[in-house]
Design a binder for this molecule. Sequence first.
Ligand SMILES: [Zn+2]
Length: 188
Amino acid sequence: MLVSLTFDVEQDCPPYLNTTRGMEEGLPKILDLLNEKNVKATFFFTAEMARKYPNLAKRIIDEGHELGCHGFNHERFDKLGKDRAGIIIKKSLSVLREFGDVMSFRAPNLQFPEFLFSILRQNDISVDSSKARYKGYRDGIKFFDGVLEIPVSVTSSVLRLPWIVQKAIHRSLSEPRVYFAHPWNSWL
Ligand SMILES: [Zn+2]
């Protein structure tokens, strides 16, 4: 069974809150648990959180996880023009790449128009995970403008359901199962 665990690392529940309890309490616990279980995951960071919590971004790299990009300040890319989106992606990557290699991207709110994939490619991003089956994406893994799309399998809300209900949902997912959650999910 091929499973990919991914976390979107951002302020608590954007855009509704601007607290960072998830960063301070949630993310260190997630990292401790992954360490204990010897599981590697992908962490899509906003550049803002990497700047504010450089030790956590560093932990991702030092502990063998993948650092990905989740925009600068959780912008909605479907509401930006191509030029503005390009500037933000470049700026975010220049912050994140101070910590290590970054080759993957996930757009906030899983909203990333197809005409922006060429910008990812120009910025040496080779994998995107901004599309989701539950958001209407019907294709599987495929390339968009040279960037490999690996869609999210299921909404993070599923992970809050009672296990007996979740179990049936997990079983119905095709491989690779790509899950995502946030550092703030455990209490919001
Ligand atoms: Zn997000």
